[in-house]
Design a protein around this ligand. Structure first.
Ligand code: IPM
Ligand code: MG
Length: 361
């Protein structure tokens, strides 16, 4: 079969990691008889440099018309790049938010599990890691603080900045349904994370999640406050199956979850709308400090491409093959710098992509 993929390399290490993911997809195509056709789209800093805006209408349209989107990362050094001191809607990250909103990608799925091979790279003690962990963070992606009204102005002679956090019940319900659906295919546990001891939006969140839970009697629902969740993730990560949470909390908790997998370079993600359409990107950023050095870890992007095969194209066998290839290469001892430990072989971004592609069978 033929699939049209919009590819957004973006900034920093984006082009390097996306190149490796395409390499792996092409190998999947060869072995399983599919054709992946790529249309390159500019977004983020590179789009600002070319067109003055982080995402053009045409770029959004190309993404919308494709079968799915593969994204590297966008953005420069925070506080210290030519793209930082501009109006908020003209920053690289605004392109990312605009494409998420423009394609209605409200459900962000971030799986975090520990490869036994990477136990050495996990910063937690062995007794805490136990038998490892395998969780999915279901992050709401098109609402909350990221999309509320925001401004900075002088109020009574004092500079004042305002961000607003809004959720309506429909936005909460649709992400909750996705989380429960995924839980049904896993260990049937949902931990809904909020700050209901302080925030109104969290109280509504809890209420709606409880309503949704009534349709999933087999799933065990627990509520957890976000500060407690941050602590539980490093105290007892094995307790989590599906974590359901709003946009900002999900952003923070997914970075934390990624680190206990050994490296943020391991965490893939899928951002989906109501249908099978999705945008697939690593959970990490553009890491401008290591860009162009061929040392970034491409695994999160490669695993994101595997999620694309599974969720958008229903190619489960092919997705399994990519995941198995990653596991095999790790068991052979190949490691990029971020996950390297004594006794392993240090490989570059390109080599890691080559090795994984070679192992696709
Ligand atoms: C992520 C990133 C983005 C986010 C940034 C780059 C805007 O951190 O995908 O987690 O905060 O959503
Ligand atoms: Mg983040």
């Amino acid at each position: 079969m033929k699939y049209q993929i919009a590819v957004i390399p973006g900034d920093g290490i984006g082009p390097e990691i996306v190149r490796e993911a395409k390499k792996v997809l092409d190998k999947v195509g060869q072995v399983y008889g599919h054709e992946f056709e790529y249309t390159e789209v500019l977004m983020g800093g590179v789009s600002i440099d070319a067109y003055g805006v982080p995402l053009t209408e045409e770029a959004l349209e190309t993404a919308r018309k494709s079968d799915s989107v593969l994204l590297g990362a966008v953005g420069g050094n925070v506080g210290n790049s030519r793209w930082y001191d501009v109006a908020p809607n003209l920053r690289p990250e605004a392109g990312l938010l605009a494409i998420r909103k423009g394609l209605n990608l409200f459900a962000n799925i971030r799986p975090a599990y520990l490869y036994q091979e990477l136990a050495e790279a996990c910063p937690l003690k062995k007794e805490i890691i136990g038998d490892g962990f395998d969780m999915v963070i279901m992050r709401e992606l098109t609402g909350g603080l990221y999309f509320g009204e925001r401004y900075t102005k002088e109020v009574d002679g004092v500079m004042t900045a305002v961000d607003t956090l809004t959720y309506n019940e429909n936005e909460i319900r649709r992400i909750a349904v996705k989380a429960f659906d995924i839980a049904m295919k896993r260990r049937k546990k949902v931990t809904s994370v909020d700050k209901a001891n302080v925030l109104d939006s969290s109280r509504l969140w809890r209420k709606v999640v409880e309503e949704v839970a009534k349709d999933y009697l087999e799933v065990t629902l627990t509520h957890m406050l976000v500060d407690n969740c941050a602590m539980q993730l490093v105290m007892n990560p094995g307790q989590f199956d599906v974590i359901l949470t709003e946009n900002m909390f999900g952003d923070i908790l997914s970075d934390e979850a990624s680190m206990i997998t050994g490296s943020i370079g391991m965490l893939s993600s899928a951002s989906m709308n109501e249908s099978k359409f999705g945008m697939y990107e690593p959970s990490h950023g553009s890491a401008p400090d290591i860009a162009g050095k061929d040392i970034a870890n491409p695994i999160a992007t490669i695993l994101s491409a595997a999620m694309m095969l599974r969720y958008s194209f229903d190619l489960d066998q092919e997705a399994d093959a990519v995941e198995a290839a990653v596991k095999k290469v790790l068991s052979q001892g190949a490691r990029t710098a971020d996950i390297w430990s004594e006794g392993c072989e240090k490989v570059s971004t390109t080599q890691m992509g080559d090795r994984i592609a070679e192992c696709i069978e």
